[in-house]
Design a protein around this ligand. Structure first.
Ligand code: GLN
Length: 280
């Protein structure tokens, strides 16, 4: 069997299951198995693939056909300017979350030595992207998941920002260390009963703990807002990712904790996705 034929067969299996990008997925999985880039696949399409690799490739196609996201099969996801290592312990970084990075970079253009806290750091995609663009900023990340902290640490080393990062395993309500110029969080905010209606790849494979926002979707957001209000410096900025229908409720919660709302931003699908505010 040659590479091209194997890719075609893989793509056909995924196409039959109505996946959106069957050929692309198949190519990515082949790249992973033979550890070569897309250019190599094109130039060497007629090369034979050995049995061991073919077997591995078919295994990955099979897992993909059962709905496992490609990023969990390759353990990689591009986000902002970098490639992040991800596993099923972390959410797969979303393009919508890049909005948060973009906003933070815009508002910190002329700032020096800011100290940033990321509540629920996960893979580290938000905080580490900022640290890699602002070489004199310091980051602190907390998470309840030990595995996420390991992954964030690994990503920090890959991005060469690990010397400016501190990580703590902690619950949001228990964390009391430090005062921050800027706090960011993408907490779990999906309503518990809605989890099962999420896209199959999300519902079945992504970590519930990173998605489940309790009965009204706001249980973690409430804790994050309360804690941020304690840990933020006066005039510090707080940037929060929210669900598409949570803007007004979240603004109320923020106002009660002494935050002035600077703006609410929409994501690529025109849903409310992020709130920027200042502690007064
Ligand atoms: N945006 C994610 C989703 O739609 C949810 C992320 C979160 O709960 N923080 O699946």
């Amino acid at each position: 069997m040659n590479i091209q034929l194997a890719i075609n067969q893989g793509a056909q299996i995924l196409k039959n299951k109505s996946y959106l990008n069957p050929y692309l997925d198949s190519e990515i999985l082949m790249s992973k198995v033979i550890n070569k880039d897309k250019k190599y696949l094109l130039l060497n399409a007629q090369n034979k693939i050995d049995d061991k690799n073919l077997n591995l490739f078919q295994k990955l196609i099979n897992e993909r056909s059962k709905g496992k996201p490609v990023s969990y099969l390759t353990n990689k996801k591009l986000f902002w300017n970098s490639e992040f290592f991800v596993t099923e312990d972390t959410l797969i970084p979303r393009p919508d979350t890049e909005l948060i990075v973009e906003n933070i970079l815009n508002m910190t253009k002329n700032k020096n030595k800011l100290s940033i806290l990321d509540i629920g750091i996960g893979s580290g995609c938000i905080l580490l992207s900022i640290l890699s663009e602002r070489r004199d900023f310091y980051g602190t990340g907390i998470d309840v998941s030990k595995n996420c902290l390991k992954i964030a640490n690994m990503n920090a080393s890959n991005l060469k920002v690990h010397t400016r990062l501190k990580l703590y395993k902690s619950n949001v309500d228990k964390f009391t260390l430090g005062k921050y110029d800027l706090i960011v969080s993408n907490p779990p905010y999906i309503k518990k009963h809605f989890l099962k209606y999420l896209d199959k790849g999300v519902a079945k494979f992504e970590p519930k703990i990173a998605l489940d926002g309790g009965l009204d979707g706001l249980s973690e957001i409430r804790k994050v807002i309360k804690k941020s209000s304690e840990l933020i410096k006066k005039n510090g900025k707080f940037i929060l990712e929210i669900g598409f229908d949570q803007k007004n409720k979240v603004i109320n919660l923020l106002n009660k904790e002494g935050f002035y709302i600077n703006s609410a931003q929409k994501d690529l699908a025109d849903n409310d996705r992020c709130i920027i505010c200042t502690k007064i």
